[in-house]
Design a protein around this ligand. Structure first.
Ligand SMILES: [Zn+2]
Length: 96
């Protein structure tokens, strides 16, 4: 995706205009696929296999990216981008 298309997609997401909604959806789904691919290429820590006192690794339950390496405050197991997909009703299509 070129910069112009990306800017247009972001503008569509912010303004909620219907004409660019399809583009925004395609952009968001494309980004999901990239996160999924990126996460698939990187080894994940299995918290239960780590020694006591190790950081706790939290991954997005949808795309698999690392959300946090240890945490103090309440944490969600979904990244903000996947939550956005879900709120727009695009997550199921992105996962196909
Ligand atoms: Zn995610």
């Amino acid at each position: 995706m070129d910069l112009k298309s990306f800017v247009s997609a972001v503008a569509a997401m912010i303004s909620g205009t219907k004409t660019d909604l399809q583009l925004a959806k395609e952009t968001a789904i494309g980004q999901f696929k990239r996160r999924l691919s990126f996460a698939g290429k990187h080894e994940k820590y299995e918290n239960e296999d780590l020694p006591a006192g190790s950081p706790v690794y939290v991954y997005c339950k949808h795309c698999g990216i690392l959300i946090a390496e240890d945490y103090l405050f309440r944490l969600f197991n979904e990244c903000s981008q996947c939550v956005g997909l879900k709120e727009n009703g695009w997550l199921d299509e992105a996962k196909r």
